[in-house]
Design a protein around this ligand. Structure first.
Ligand SMILES: [Fe+2]
Length: 280
């Protein structure tokens, strides 16, 4: 893993720590994070860290263990996905209204000696502090509105464009997905049983109106239509431009004795510019 990391960091400069993440990532080795999702969960296409003001330009995966068949990561051609979505009324609505990310982060102290039913990430882990005031301050410094809910849940809201300007192609590109909706948990152990309104994530339009089921399905289908597999072999290093591609994978079901382990590096930060009127 460290040898792959040395190669990846020739391209991916100024790695960032995975603070503020939605999901609980642990380190596999120094500076190498795990993917942070159960294997059986279906990971919808997404742009890394699209849900906070400080996003990342690049993400790298390093293949340490892989089953004999499958276990692929997929990338979706985001220029094609952008064109496809803007050709629909839903895409035009996204362009006009923007989106709002709703997150309910659970309290770690409420789950001591309890099975973590309904837990995605604790605010202590996401905000890297045990202090409630500091957690609020940290969330606000990231441009989120934040308040405490029942059971010391930290409820954050963030309204932003569904698109992001990409300087290298000089265009606004799609920069949001159903990975930030309750649908992310449809195949997630200990959370999938919850009804949508109780799940830790939710995506709405920027004016807080709900997306219909058909609109959500279209959002998923558009990325799927432009998917490209990465057929992993142990030792492979992938460097993925976070604007040009979304990434994701279906659920993985290993055979006995098989394993899948990818290391993740998060690239240089950038502050989201959102969109420019003359760059559609
Ligand atoms: Fe990711």
């Amino acid at each position: 893993m460290q040898a792959m990391r040395l190669i990846a960091t020739q391209v991916l400069k100024n790695e960032r720590q995975y603070e503020g993440g939605a999901n609980p990532r642990k380190t596999l080795q120094p500076n190498v994070y795990e993917v942070g999702a159960p294997l059986e969960a279906w990971l919808h296409y997404h742009h890394e860290m699209a849900y906070i003001g400080s996003s990342t330009t690049m993400v790298s995966f390093m293949c340490n263990k892989i089953p004999a068949e499958g276990g692929y990561t997929f990338v979706s051609d985001n220029v094609a996905a952008t064109e496809s979505i803007l050709a629909t009324p839903f895409g035009q609505k996204l362009k006009e209204l923007g989106i709002c990310y709703h997150r309910d982060l659970t309290d770690r102290d409420s789950f001591i000696d309890r099975v973590e039913y309904g837990v995605y990430n604790h605010w202590q882990q996401s905000m890297l502090t045990d202090d409630q005031d500091q957690a609020i301050a940290e969330a606000r410094s990231r441009g989120l509105t934040a308040e405490w809910g029942e059971d010391r849940k930290l409820k954050t809201r963030y309204t932003i464009s569904a698109f992001e300007y990409f300087p290298q192609v000089d265009r606004n590109l799609l920069y949001s997905s159903m990975a930030d909706d309750g649908a992310w948990f449809d195949t997630w152990p200990l959370v999938q049983h919850l009804p949508p309104e109780d799940r830790p994530l939710k995506l709405t339009f920027g004016d807080l109106t709900e997306m219909t089921r058909e609109e959500k399905q279209l959002f998923i289908d558009i990325y799927d239509r432009h998917g490209i597999p990465i057929p992993w072999k142990v030792g492979d290093v992938a460097l993925i431009c976070n604007y040009r591609f979304a990434h994701g994978r279906p659920g993985i079901h290993l055979k006995e004795g098989e394993d899948r382990e990818l290391g993740v590096l998060i690239g240089e930060s950038f502050n989201r510019l959102q969109t420019f009127e003359d760059k559609w």
